[in-house]
Write a protein that binds this ligand. Sequence first.
Ligand code: PMP
Length: 321
Amino acid sequence: MHIIPDTLALIGNTPLVRLKGPSEETGCDIFGKCEFANPGASVKDRAALFIVEDAEARGALRPGGTIVEGTAGNTGIGLALVANAKGYRTIIVMPETQSREKMDTLRALGAELVLVPAAPYSSPCHFVHTSRRIAEETENAVWANQFDNIANRRAHIVGTAEEIWAQMEGRIDGFTCAVGTGGTLAGVGLGLKARDEGVCIALSDPHGAALYDYYAHGELKAEGSSVAEGIGQGRITANLEGAPVDTQFRIADGEGWHWVRRLLDEEGLCLGLSSGINVAGAVALARQLGPGKRIATILCDTGFRYLSTLHDPAWRAAKGL
Ligand code: PMP
């Protein structure tokens, strides 16, 4: 037992847990990286810390400065907690379709919240473009730009991948996760491949995202839709460039929900839908690689963030889940 010197040092070094149900069902060992154990309760704390420290090192973020970002919520929470710990202000632009818990958490952290209607990336009203404009118009402000700022994936090359490698004692056959910015998939993929070229890296793409077709057939093409927050990408972000993807799965929300429910009922783990989609992807990868393999995935955030959505039966019924 030891004492952590400050809040920022709580980011990363998350536990890795063996998931009993998915392992028993496949005859493999399937492990989940507990990113909900970060202080902001999601995988995005890591990217937030690296993006802020990179901006400081470049001299782009100066004392009294403001951090501006467009986010589905978790990156905003990570940025707000890092900003509070370091004495910066945050302005967070978020689509109004995201969970109320994320908005309330951002407000509690003191972030200035700008809600915009959900709009396609091609629209100037999209949350990413809105956040860039606000950053340009605000004095002493930096735009975090998580999608195309590769400080994001560096957090996973030097952090998440190295932790998984050490926790699994170098015995790992496969890794999979879904993509929001691509920081996690590309960063963990690059980090694990640098350790062992033979680790199979798999994309788990929700419906409505364009990456499954891109990695399978070289064409960005989206079909259907998903209610999962924080994932589902339609373009090759700078973070995704050069991501070592060996195989890919398209995962329906229903399969993701199946695993969220089972992990809650059978193992007492309360997760969000992107974690369920990742676990469904890990099960698909286990079936592809065969019994006896060791596979890791990401448990992206806590399900307590979705009590008014995914974990509410009325919400699920309205969404057909
Ligand atoms: N799951 C959730 C709940 C998220 O908020 C995010 C980040 N948007 C992801 C998964 C995907 O992570 P990344 O941005 O590293 O692709």
